[in-house]
Design a protein around this ligand. Structure first.
Ligand code: NAD
Length: 281
């Protein structure tokens, strides 16, 4: 039978690492700034999840919320203050921002040392160079953490990643290359998605399409990692993978909810403590 790769177990292992690093900070408790513009339900639920995780890891959070119609100039002014605040160790900005705010400018403004979700050009360049001294996007790193926590070898393996976004697909593909995997990146123009997916030993779904990958896309004994967070036709949370259909085909798979999502915020916490430790020498 197929084994469920549970995010909670991976998160618990990361919590232990975080607590060991915290102990080296001589009682200093790092603070995460979460920046949200507007009231999108997705943003609010991600923010809630992140706040709960920080609290359970013993870390501080400061929320900054701005109205949807804040001007580009005023938002940048406010962002610059948070960015320069010595009491803030790391920043998570919920994205996408409203269209009238230039997100590219913020990516260039954010202090790479506080850029916990890897949006700055400097951190992105490090991910692509295989240099682990920066911060990779938390979700991409969470996928690698799940595989490592379950001792699933990546070296030499055929990995297919469905999705080429800058927050998941592309950086994750580079993290797999660093682990010496052989990576295929698929997207909306891929000619034969079924073939590319079903020959993968490790299949990662990050397309944002509810249950689009079923057993026809999974190879025998494949490990399937589902990054998708979607709402199905009944208003229920679901992944990009039709989990039930993989039974008897895949060897292991992450459920949604209860898979990668729980690990993403744990990686955020790990990055926060790393940022604080580096800033304090
Ligand atoms: P995105 O929309 O920016 O990118 C989706 C990618 O998938 C694109 O590159 C596109 O080419 C590809 N794609 C879409 N439909 C496809 C199809 N039918 N066939 C092949 N490729 C297709 O999305 P994203 O920001 O990368 O997020 C992907 C999913 O991951 C979403 O469901 C999102 O909610 C979820 N997500 C989860 C976390 C987490 O913490 N678990 C974090 C970020 C995003």
């Amino acid at each position: 039978t197929m084994e469920a790769l549970k995010g909670a177990a991976v998160s618990a292992a990361i919590k232990e690492q975080v607590q060991n690093r915290l102990a080296e900070l001589d009682g200093y408790i790092p603070t995460l700034a979460i920046i949200r513009v507007g009231e999108k339900p997705d943003d609010i639920s991600y923010e809630k999840g992140a706040m709960k995780k920080m609290a359970s890891f013993g870390l501080n959070v400061q929320s900054y919320t701005f109205p949807e119609d804040i001007s580009d100039a005023l938002f940048k002014e406010e962002f610059a203050k948070i960015n320069a605040d010595k009491a803030i160790d790391g920043i998570l900005m919920l994205r996408p921002l409203p269209k009238h705010i230039c997100e590219k400018d913020i990516e260039k403004m954010i202090d790479p040392a506080k850029d916990l979700d890897g949006i700055s050009p400097e951190n992105i360049a490090k991910v692509f160079a295989g240099d682990s001294t920066g911060f990779a996007p938390c979700t991409a790193e969470a996928v690698i953490e799940v595989l490592k926590a379950y001792n699933i070898p990546m070296q030499g393996k055929r990995v297919t990643v469905v999705g080429r976004s800058m927050v998941v697909g592309k950086p994750l593909s580079m993290l797999f290359v660093k682990e010496n995997a052989t990576v295929t990146i698929c997207h909306t123009r891929t000619a034969d998605l079924k073939a590319e997916c079903s020959r993968a030993e490790i299949l990662v779904a990050a397309a944002g399409r509810a249950r689009m990958l079923d057993s026809a896309y999974a190879g025998k004994d494949a490990v399937v990692i589902d990054v998708g967070i979607n709402v199905d036709e009944n208003g229920r949370l679901c992944g990009d993978v039709d989990y039930e259909s993989l039974e008897g085909i895949a060897s292991m798979a992450t459920p949604v909810p209860g898979g990668v999502g729980a690990v993403t915020t744990a990686v955020l916490a790990k990055h926060l403590v790393q940022a604080a430790a580096r800033a304090r020498g």
